[in-house]
Design a protein around this ligand. Structure first.
Ligand SMILES: Cc1ncc(COP(=O)(O)O)c(C=O)c1O
Length: 462
């Protein structure tokens, strides 16, 4: 009988994170400051502690994971790799479908893989309090959990639409000792300005990021820093523990070759965490389809330009080289709150412009259909974000059936949806609709980047 779960011992946990920046064919262009010049690490110091800034700019291939962090990660790591045998049977596919179950962490997603190190490095640096934003509530609850373990205060600005849709996430954050307010809030200049213009706004990650950064940099004690749950290099770095474990587990399962690696993409962290160790193989000649998946309502990778843009709405962050729909973009209120971000991680964006990944976009209804089929075959109830990866894995498995090929498909099951059942409710009641982004809206939104510098493209495009 083929195994359902491929498990690793705690002693087999990776001891180092993998940094893709060391292996990319061309390095991502640098972030730019307000004067259009590359920013220096010092300029980030009011926002992040220097030990994390060092990781942000590092081009070392391997970075040691401190023992104390590993010890905290063992609360749920190594996470199990599952074989989706029941789904395979249902689809009648010759493909073998594997999924990395990141929903086993206490908050229920991959997010604590970086929340724990971020809280730990801040504490080491003498910081007392972290601020952050959250979309779906997964990141906010992960940071609240990490701050409880490490011993830091935590303040979370939660995108209003999710705050209203997901009251239980706020309660989780409060249980771990954090404070959570809806964004835009009246507590910051950025929030007040937006509320004045659009009092009924559903909010966006871009707005919530502006509020959280403002709250950190204006703390007169100097003991508050900001923490970001995705997008940045050090966040993606911390998530690579997922892909490194997966490689060991696939070997244990007897797999010699992987054909497709899939992850859903909001800011890019769970996708990168699974995929980057495989992207390294692809750079060195392996034939692997690397597939990041996004919603059609927020088509950052599939329709937005690779450009320099701000990571937040109030333009407080440096200009980052990334696929962006424009910093003012407010996505439609789909239930996958964590995928409603206007930008994409610079490293993921670079992987795409290098021709190393093939992004695709799916409609919300297709993803819910996939998530319901998943629940009725594999049992687990998925986060709405994760359902995008499931839909792509199903498409790949069906393609393998049509081609009669025994493919190996691996995807990141980034989180459970037990706090997201209102989306399932809307789906079952026929109240859910698709929101493909109209072209005129896209054009209007990307116009906000007019006049910004253009990032250099790789010279050699595959
Ligand atoms: C379960 C889950 N998956 C995926 C994402 C998307 O984020 P990222 O692209 O950084 O993995 C989120 C974000 O909130 C999430 O909660």
């Amino acid at each position: 009988m083929a195994r359902t779960k491929i498990l690793l011992d705690e002693k087999d946990m990776p001891r180092q994170w993998y940094n893709l920046a060391a292996d990319l064919p061309s390095p991502p262009p640098p972030p730019l400051g307000p004067d259009g010049k590359p920013i220096t690490p010092d300029m980030l110091a009011p926002v992040f502690p220097m030990n994390l800034i060092e990781q942000e700019v590092s081009t070392d291939r391997w970075i040691d994971i401190p023992e104390e962090i590993l010890e905290m990660l063992t609360l749920w790591r190594p996470s199990p790799l599952y074989r989706a045998k029941r789904l395979e049977q249902h689809l009648g596919t010759p493909a073998r479908i594997y999924y990395k179950n990141e929903g086993v962490s206490p908050p229920g997603s991959h997010k604590p893989n970086t929340a724990i190190p971020q809280a730990w490095y801040n504490k080491q640096f003498g910081i007392k309090r972290l601020t952050t934003e959250t979309g779906a509530g997964q990141w906010g609850s992960a940071l609240a959990f990490a701050c409880a373990l490490v011993g830091l205060e935590c303040k979370v600005y939660m995108v209003r639409i999710s705050f209203d849709q997901k009251p239980y996430r706020r309660l989780m954050m409060e249980t771990w000792g954090a404070t959570c307010v809806p964004s835009p809030s009246a507590e910051t200049n950025a929030g007040r300005a937006i509320l004045k213009e659009k009092p009924d706004t559903p909010g966006s990650l871009g707005i919530a990021i502006s509020e959280a950064i403002e709250a950190a940099v204006t703390d007169p004690s100097g003991k508050t820093r900001y923490s970001l749950g995705s997008v940045l290099n050090h966040v993606l770095l911390h998530q690579t523990i997922i892909g490194l474990e997966t490689k060991k587990q696939l070997k244990k399962a007897g797999e010699k070759k992987v054909d497709a690696v899939i992850g859903c993409c909001g800011g890019g962290s769970n996708f990168a965490g699974l995929a980057f160790p495989f992207v390294a193989d692809k750079i060195h000649g392996a034939d692997i389809a690397i597939i990041p998946v996004e919603p059609t309502s927020c088509p950052t990778m599939t329709r937005a330009p690779y450009a320099y843009d701000h990571g937040d709405t109030a333009r407080m962050t440096p200009l980052l080289p990334m696929h962006s729909l424009g910093h003012g973009f407010v996505p439609p209120p789909i239930h996958a709150g964590g995928l409603r971000y206007h930008g994409m991680a610079p490293l993921v964006s670079r992987v795409i412009v290098e021709g190393l990944a093939e992004p695709r976009a799916y409609d919300q209804l297709k993803c819910y259909e996939a998530a319901v089929l998943w629940a009725r075959t594999e049992g687990f109830i998925s986060a709405p974000e994760t359902s995008h990866a499931i839909a792509a894995a199903i498409d790949e498995a069906v393609k393998a059936k049509e081609e009669g090929k025994e493919k190996v498909i691996v995807f990141n099951w980034s989180g459970h949806g037990l706090m997201d059942l209102t989306g399932y409710d809307a789906f079952f009641r026929g109240k859910l609709v698709d929101f493909p982004l109209p072209e005129e809206e896209l054009q209007k939104s990307i116009a906000s980047m007019k006049g910004f510098p253009k990032p250099e493209m790789p010279r050699r495009k595959k």
